[in-house]
Design a protein around this ligand. Structure first.
Ligand code: HC1
Length: 568
């Protein structure tokens, strides 16, 4: 422990504490731009400089640790001038089209310019003329707005180990780009959108598909239905001033109805169906010598990753479509048959915390209903935009219920949205199928939490099953390399592309950090506890689906509609 002062406030902290964090302990927020609490420090922007009392030298607070007796000043004239200079240099080449920018009122650079009163810049504004790249249909790159903080590179290279983007060139030519400056679709990009999640400005964002949905809702000849992913319900509230993790399911349903959707359904229904199919696929492989370990397949960024980097392990990946796509296939086969609706008139929309879901829904081989199974995918952020455009007060909506039957779900499904949730949901069902006994306690605490890799051994009434869970693709590599080398004896593996799982998806409200994810995860487990049915095989709507339509899990019809194949 060392003793220091920050702006005269005494602080005692471990000597490994960054000046930035020590200042927080003193109640002082030092401004940052390239720093992100979940990423390795790059210290490129120099905005967080502080002064050492008695010396003129400035130090970056994000990359320097404290030492005993140090006296820091965070707000001296020299510090203020240095910060202003940095901001003016960035603003000199930053486009000044804030009103049209997707990050208007939610941009870290705009906020800093406002806080520091950079209203009359010293330098003439000369933004770089770089065309916007949006040809991949998922991620838009407006690199004229890039502030070169390097957060996206850190995320892509170090956290996701995808390496689609990197920094190139020097001095004024320094930029963030793809290999050979090719379009994103020619790179190794897996469309996870984690670069978007950490971008402080409007340089990276998802392709906006809200207009397609407004058009469909306005067309009286269309029957527009919507499904909502589990992780959306604990994050959407942040767009309306609620705390991360607030469970907004009832208001979310009411809002979607208010927007004009004909039916409001739940991806969670299809998550329960996924457990029926994937659980049985696991048992089938275990009893008939199939390829093991079985690896989950619901996270589309992960599917893009395994196809690109580990194609030799594709036989390990479950053939189950993701819940989004299972829902889409059933929404244009089972649902119209049951409801007496012409499937050709259905427009199927999904609300996802994820950008890769846009890519997944456009894969040709994923469609099996005879139509496009999911027509439009919106992120949590896009839905928030629609609600704001509609002008009603989200927080004042009364809670509403999902429509039946594709809106009926269980607690097992809602936890899909956090790392370990798919595994726990599967174990809640597989245990009872294998043993024929009721679980006294459905909580499998050992697979929970945001740790990158979690191993557990589950006792299925004497039969031991070894499972492992990874979230974030650097962590996934640890497991995949072991499987490749034949160094492990897992039976079942859950991999979620985004750090934390879908709660940390690339389409979630901006400002997501580890702390936000912890709160959203707690929200999902609370939602699970509050549901009366907490195991997928006990979902009455799922039972009816099998009785009336599919026959049984892994039936011929199930295979046609609910399973897929991958591309090496
Ligand atoms: Fe997910 Fe899934 S959990 S992949 O994160 O399996 O996006 O929330 O919808 O499909 O259910 C995402 C979330 C989501 C699917 C489910």
């Amino acid at each position: 422990i060392v003793n220091i002062t920050i702006d005269g406030v005494p602080v005692s902290c471990p000597e490994t504490t960054l000046i930035l964090d020590a200042a927080k302990m003193a109640g002082i927020d030092i401004p940052v731009l390239c720093y992100h609490p979940d990423l390795k420090v790059r210290a490129t922007c120099r905005l967080c400089v502080v002064e050492l009392k008695g010396q003129k030298k400035l130090k970056t607070a994000c990359s320097n640790e404290v030492w005993d007796g140090a006296e820091f000043i965070t707000n001296s004239p020299a510090v203020r001038q240095a910060r202003k200079d940095v901001l003016e240099l960035i603003l000199a080449e930053h486009p000044q089209d804030c009103l049209q920018c997707v990050r208007n009122t939610n941009c870290e650079l705009q906020q800093l310019a406002r806080d520091f009163g950079v209203s009359k810049p010293l330098f003439a504004n000369q933004p770089k003329q770089i065309p916007i790249e949006d040809s991949n249909g998922v991620i838009v790159r407006d690199m004229a707005k890039c502030v070169k903080c390097g957060r996206c590179v850190e995320m892509c290279q170090e956290v996701q180990t995808v390496g689609a983007i990197n920094t190139a060139h020097r001095s004024v030519e320094y930029e963030v780009t793809t290999a050979f400056d090719r379009p994103l679709q020619d790179s190794t990009c897996i469309y996870c959108g984690q670069c978007i999640a950490v971008c402080p400005v409007g340089a990276l964002y998802e392709k906006d598909d809200t207009e397609k949905v407004w058009q469909a809702i306005g067309d009286s000849d269309k029957h527009v239905i919507v499904q909502v992913a589990p992780a959306v319900r604990v994050a959407l509230g942040e767009e309306f001033g609620l705390e991360p993790g607030s469970i907004t399911t009832g208001k979310l349903v009411a809002a979607l109805r208010r927007l004009g959707f004909d039916k409001v359904f739940d991806t969670d229904f299809a998550a329960d169906v996924t457990i029926m199919e994937e659980g049985n696929e696991l048992l089938e492989r275990m009893s008939h010598g199939g390829t093991l370990p079985l690896i989950t397949s619901c996270s589309p960024g992960w599917i893009n990753f395994v196809e690109t980097f580990y194609p030799d392990l594709l036989d390990n990946v479950s053939t189950c479509k993701s819940p989004q796509q299972m829902f889409g296939a059933l929404a244009k086969s089972y649902y119209p048959e049951k409801a007496g609706i012409d499937a050709a008139k259905i427009v199927s929309v999904s609300i996802m915390p994820c950008t890769a879901k846009k890519y997944e829904s456009a894969r040709p081989e994923i469609n099996s209903s005879g139509y496009r199974d999911v027509d439009v995918v919106l992120t949590t952020r896009e839905l928030a935009r629609m609600i704001k455009q509609a002008g009603f007060d989200f927080n004042k909506l009364s809670n509403a219920e999902f429509d039946a039957p594709l809106g009926i779900s269980t607690g097992a499904a809602v936890i899909f949205g956090t790392s370990g949730g798919v595994m726990e949901a599967a174990l809640r069902t597989v245990y009872e199928v294998v043993t024929g006994k009721e679980l006294a306690n459905v909580d499998f605490e050992g697979v929970r939490g945001l740790t990158g890799v979690k191993e557990a051994e589950v006792d299925l009434d004497g039969k031991k099953v070894k499972v492992v869970i990874a979230n974030g693709l650097k962590n996934a590599r640890v497991i995949l390399d072991k499987i490749r080398a034949g160094e492990c004896d897992y039976q079942f593996v859950e991999i979620m592309c985004c750090p934390g799982g879908c709660i940390g998806g690339g389409g979630q409200p901006w400002g997501t950090t580890q702390a936000t994810k912890e709160a959203r995860m707690a929200g999902l487990y609370q939602a699970d506890r509050e549901l009366s049915i907490r195991q997928s095989h006990k979902n009455p709507a799922v039972k009816a689906l099998y009785d009336e339509f599919l026959g049984k899990p892994l039936s011929h019809k199930s295979h046609e509609l609910l399973h897929t194949h991958y591309h090496p």
